[in-house]
Design a protein. Structure first.
Length: 603
């Protein structure tokens, strides 16, 4: 009878605490919604909101034609369950990073207000974890909706509701696993100081990697002798069907299986394993009695610091960590700054160091997408090894040319981060033109090095024969020479336009940095800024194209076609270079006329 009363009391207390958390989260969401609705009274937020809604509908919600999305009932798994097994292998590698290489416990982070009010409250540790799960549901549901909508593009046979449930189960399981891994690492750190990684997790990863490498080594003769890329993947899939490796990958395959189901019946069978796996993770996390408050407070401080740095960058600041921020490991600069020389070199050095410390990480998602597009557009060329080589080379080439537009808009290690400190830049013994040149070169130099490196890699990896045609040294040198000739101008123009927008419209840097996040209106404002940059970059091609057409039309009347073509190319180079020179000179005069006090007041 006492145990029954204790159980009932436990359930009642759990319901009360859970209800309080639901009330707190619901009130927070309601207030945030009202705050954003009030912001729509301002035209800039209203226009951004409308454009953001149009962008979200056009990219995520707009129904695609059947020719694009694929016919209903098509599973898209012509290789059987190999895509599922490959996805489970990738998910295993992704999760292993949480156990072996993650620094700190970011998943345990709370907001500063939550640390202030919840940690001193009479709440148990499992209550704090329950609060984390409740607050994470909105983000998980939005992410699940995005995943479900994208997965419906290639297979329309599954109802959207079932896809949404499958995506939520997967993301919730991953969130609980991340939370549990962080708690385990915190417990190990407290009981065995100096130990950073669980030995069991290290052993599982080592055993799984050994089994995979040995299997691939044994299957390599079959893979290399395959007729095409699909045959090579099928030969590699035999390794994933091995009993030992399949046992290691089974939990991840069970979590992913509902997402790969092509019919409601298959979805039901897959969910029958995925839901118990989710429940097991939930029980595992709540039953761990690990004193994580100190680690959570440190993670919360690091989260608050990252938010401050992000808002500084959005407002035009450098994002440099304050002295009271968390201690991080500093990397050495790519090149040493000499004690004497051109003062503008110091600006380039400073901005490249800033890029080295923070800039490259933000481009990886887009880079992966672009490389995947190159891979998807270049398969089916000869043997399996030739197809793989062509796919890798095409992905690298796609990324190199896409960086001409994507890179300057993403890195922003130039005037876009220094515009808030315009008064300091004015004290430098340099003219406005020299400062603008140094700021633009800060983005162009590392970007051009990365692009030419990717082009060189593509030329080396590309096989000697593609679709029956010989690819000798001449085409490779031609591709590299054309890239070395065109890419610097495109990079410099795109970076100059980005710097001009930051200097002409400094208040636009602060539009998304208000309390409560950018929201849909912030998405619209970002879309407008990106679209304006792309259109301005395209507009700079009109003058060189007109000059080339005019020179070629005149030259072909008095000279052979080859000479006329060379003159047209020379006209493009002269017109483009002169146009870029004029833009930089004009931007230098704008820099000298801009009111530094007014710009600094934006911060």
């Amino acid at each position: 009878r006492l145990s029954t009363f204790a159980f009932v009391g436990h359930v009642v207390s759990l319901v009360i605490v859970f209800g309080a958390f639901v009330f707190l989260v619901g009130t927070t969401l309601r207030n945030r919604l009202f705050q954003r609705l009030r912001r729509l009274r301002h035209p800039r937020y209203l226009i951004g909101f409308l454009i953001g809604i149009a962008y979200i509908w056009g990219v995520f919600l707009r129904p695609y034609p059947a020719s694009v999305a694929g016919p209903p009932g098509r599973s898209g798994l012509a290789l059987g369950d190999l895509p599922l097994r490959l996805a489970s292998l990738g998910l295993t590698l992704f999760v292993a990073r949480w156990w072996l290489f993650e620094s700190g416990t970011p998943v345990l982070a709370f907001a500063p207000s939550e640390v202030q009010f919840l940690f001193p409250a009479p709440l148990r540790r499992r209550d704090l974890l329950t609060y984390k799960l409740v607050t994470a549901q909105m983000q998980l549901l939005i992410s699940a909706a995005v995943v479900a909508i994208f997965s419906a593009r290639w297979d329309q046979s599954m109802p959207m509701a079932l896809r949404l449930v499958a995506a939520w189960v997967l993301l919730m399981t991953l969130y609980l696993h991340h939370l549990g891994a962080s708690l385990v690492r915190v417990g190990i750190t407290q009981t065995r100081p100096g130990t950073k990684r669980p030995l069991l997790a290290v052993a599982v990863v080592v055993v799984g990697a050994t089994i995979l490498l040995v299997g691939l080594a044994r299957a390599w003769p079959t893979m290399s002798g395959a007729a095409d890329l699909r045959g090579g993947l099928a030969a590699a899939g035999v390794v994933l069907h091995g009993a030992a490796l399949a046992t290691v990958l089974w939990p991840f395959r069970a979590a992913l299986a509902p997402m790969f189901a092509s019919a409601p019946a298959a979805w039901a069978r897959a969910v029958a394993f995925a839901v118990p796996l989710l429940v097991a993770h939930y029980v595992w996390v709540l039953r761990m009695n690990v004193p994580f408050e100190e680690a959570a407070a440190d993670a919360s401080a690091a989260l608050a610091h990252r938010i401050r740095v992000m808002r500084q960058r959005m407002l035009g600041g450098t994002g440099v960590e304050p002295r009271n921020g968390p201690v991080t490991r500093r990397r050495a600069a790519w090149f040493a700054l000499p004690s004497s020389g051109q003062p503008s070199v110091a600006i380039v050095w400073k901005n490249i160091v800033a890029l080295q410390r923070r800039g490259w990480r933000s481009i990886w998602p887009a880079a992966v997408f672009i490389v995947a597009m190159g891979v998807a557009s270049s398969t089916g060329h000869g043997s399996w090894t030739d197809s793989a080589a062509v796919a890798v080379a095409a992905g690298a080439a796609w990324l190199a040319w896409a960086l001409a537009i994507l890179g300057p808009m993403t890195f922003q290690n130039d005037l876009r981060q220094d515009v808030a400190y315009l008064a300091v830049l004015r004290t430098y013994p340099l003219s406005g033109v020299r400062i603008v040149v140094a700021e633009v070169a800060s983005s162009v130099i590392p970007l051009l090095v990365a692009q030419l490196g990717l082009i060189t890699f593509a030329c080396i990896v590309c096989p000697a024969r593609v679709s029956g045609q010989e690819i000798g040294l001449a085409p490779r040198f031609a591709v590299f020479g054309l890239s070395a000739l065109v890419l610097p101008g495109l990079d410099a123009t795109s970076a100059t336009i980005g710097n001009a927008m930051a200097l002409l419209f400094p208040t636009a840097r602060a539009l998304g940095a208000t309390v409560g996040g950018a929201g849909t209106e912030g998405v619209g404002q970002i879309v407008v800024a990106r679209l304006a940059s792309v259109l301005a970059s395209l507009a700079t091609l009109l003058l060189p194209a007109g000059a080339a057409a005019g020179v070629y039309w005149i030259a072909q009347r008095v000279a052979p076609p080859s000479i006329a073509a060379l003159l047209a190319v020379a006209a493009v180079v002269v017109a483009y270079g002169g146009q870029l020179y004029g833009l930089i000179r004009w931007l230098g005069r704008v820099f000298e006329r801009t009111d530094a006090v007014a710009v600094s007041a934006v911060d």
